[in-house]
Ligand binder design. Structure first.
Ligand SMILES: Cc1cc2nc3c(=O)[nH]c(=O)nc-3n(C[C@H](O)[C@H](O)[C@H](O)COP(=O)(O)O)c2cc1C
Length: 328
């Protein structure tokens, strides 16, 4: 049974990559995940603000009226920001020395700032690849979608001119013309696109009357959005697609390969079930392939992609035309 796949130029032993999350911020957790079969690791992201923080004086930073990315304070205490860059570079070199699978560093970024040359330091620290988690919330009423999209291309081009390691981009679905932007990003020279990132979402606590995070972890029912877009875009874009969000079992991985993904990334399911879930997912995939008499992932990859479908409209159906027209 051959589970190998190629993603971003790497030959991976299987399609399960650990997505950037708290489990990919310590060597011990990473080792456990690799022992359970993870084929590559995306390290926890370093934020552009952390990098810029290192470059500016502490006082200057304190005077900023508003951080570029307010979410940073959900993750980091200001007192820990200062040495986070050093820690991150050490994590890359330590992990690289200690484990065999590809190590993909990750930067959360929102703008073209002084942080761009830092990608070179990530490469020098030994990262095999770099994933850019680019996200600007399209919440500014005065910005056009062209304004919002431009920043993605500027960041990608600047980073590509800094490093020679392969670069991937992790995207959200907050675009007015998603298929077009994914296609255009795939033509920039990036080696992979990860669909999709998952976000902190607000809820209101009605007792304390404050905003609180909700649904931090995904559930298996969240897989649909990624499945639709990997199916629509695979075989039509110029780089590898990696599926992320809602993949909680071997079946989820199989579905994404059927859609045309080169690999998948998982995060929430590790929080829910622990690192051993990777081994369980791999054996579920093998068992299914055995039953279906598939010998390699290429035997079924893309079989349910839109471009090979006899009924392509089914991937674009969005309205509940028949469902719920009658009361249960
Ligand atoms: C606790 C937690 C922390 C995360 N931190 C990051 C991060 O630093 N950078 C990033 O790109 N994605 C981060 N993610 C998003 C995941 O990498 C992944 O894209 C998302 O959770 C969807 O996959 P899932 O459904 O398997 O969880 C985080 C997710 C979780 C649950």
């Amino acid at each position: 049974m051959d589970l190998t796949t190629h993603y971003m130029g790497f030959r991976l032993s299987n399609p399960i990559i650990i997505g950037s999350c708290g489990y990919t911020y310590s060597l011990k957790d990473i080792q456990t995940l690799v022992e359970n079969g993870a084929s590559a690791i995306v390290l926890k992201s370093i934020f552009e603000e952390e990098i810029v923080w290192e470059m500016e004086s502490h006082m200057a930073q304190m005077q900023r009226p508003m951080p570029l990315y307010p979410e940073i304070y959900d993750y980091f205490d200001a007192s820990t920001l200062e040495d986070s860059v050093t820690k991150y570079l050490n994590l890359i070199s330590l992990t690289k020395k200690s484990i065999e699978v590809p190590i993909i560093a990750s930067i959360n970024c929102v703008s073209i700032k002084e942080w761009i040359p830092f990608s070179k330091r990530i490469e020098s620290a030994g990262a095999d690849a770099l994933e850019l988690n680019i996200f600007t919330m399209p919440s500014d009423l005065n910005r056009t979608c062209e304004d919002n999209e431009k920043i993605y291309f500027e960041i990608i081009q600047s980073v590509l001119s800094e490093v020679s390691i392969p670069v991937a981009v992790k995207l959200s679905y907050y675009f007015s013309n998603l298929a077009s932007i994914v296609k255009r990003i795939s033509e920039t020279g990036v080696k992979g696109i990860v669909l999709f990132n998952r976000f902190f979402e607000p809820d209101f606590d009605l007792d304390s009357l404050i905003v609180v995070p909700t649904n931090v972890l995904s559930s298996p029912s969240d897989i649909g959005k990624t499945l639709r877009w990997i199916s629509i875009l695979s075989e039509r874009v110029k780089c590898d697609l990696c599926a992320s969000t809602g993949i909680h079992d071997g079946k989820g991985v199989i579905k994404q390969i059927l859609a045309g993904a080169k690999a998948v990334q998982i995060a929430s399911v590790i929080y829910r079930k622990g690192p051993k879930v990777v081994a369980e997912m791999l054996s579920e995939i093998k068992q299914w392939m055995e039953e279906k008499e598939f010998h390699s992932l290429d035997d079924f990859r893309g079989r349910l992609s839109q471009s090979r479908s006899l009924n392509p409209a089914v991937y674009e159906r969005a309205q509940f035309m028949r469902y719920f027209s009658e009361k249960f």
